[in-house]
Design a protein around this ligand. Sequence first.
Ligand code: AMP
Ligand code: MG
Length: 288
Amino acid sequence: MSKRSEGPLGSSIGQLLRLPPGPVDLSAIDTNGKPGFEDGKAEGKKALAALGAELAELQERLFAQAYTGASRQRLLLVLQGMDTSGKGGILSHTAGLLDVSGLALKSFKKPTEEELAHDFLWRIERALPAPGEIGIFDRSHYEDVLVVKVHGLAEPDEIERRYTAINVFERKLTDTGTTLVKCMLHVSADEQRKRFLARLDDPTKQWKFKPGDVDERGHWAEYQAAYETALERCNPENAPWYVVPSDRKWYRNWAIAQLLLEHLRALDLQWPTPDYDVAEQRARLGSA
Ligand code: AMP
Ligand code: MG
């Protein structure tokens, strides 16, 4: 096992970023903070790279356990956040440290007609990681109580029902060997404006921008309120939320990698022991 890397302050990122149970006030959480990291951007980028070896080894152990039938554990990282908060950035920077063969990535868009004909969890269940895999959801079932609530795309009764349905669904996942790591990438309205302007200024980024993004931005306060409700109602001990300050991209990328690492370490993943006699198999291969 490679050297264990703690946050430079030695504290667990999980503890620092865990959203406490109870009412949520997002405006009280600093979007520009960097809990658990003392230094600046250059060190942050180095610290992220330094997590790669251990992350990759633990991912392979997870995969090996499922491959040999030793366990059916899996991990699902759920990314939620306002536009530009960096859900895509995590996919390239943090997920880039992992082995693609054990990764299951899924971006949830506006539901198709077929998806709308089913319960909101139908498309989610189909996209869950298999045993041994690390799944990453860019948006998730939470959209069904966020954008859907802000735009009244479902009846209030139905939205109300969904908070409980999500808790029941997530309980089932964690009871059957899925580690859930739910991250809200928390950006300020001002930072979002800067990031949209940066997209408009850069011909290589203009494709990421849609005029409709500015309309959505007009609903900022309603989105924050919908997030606060969702985070409060769906934040049990078995499937807690982490609020990741995301105005600094390098901090966000590091913090999520560190969170993943802490959750993988907690699984106490061992290399599977062979179900054959190693000496016997070596003997069968004969001498050179
Ligand atoms: P992007 O992540 O920028 O590619 O955009 C995906 C879009 O799909 C966003 O505008 C989301 O609000 C929208 N979306 C995702 N899930 C849902 C959902 N369940 N209902 C309605 N819109 C959704
Ligand atoms: Mg977008």
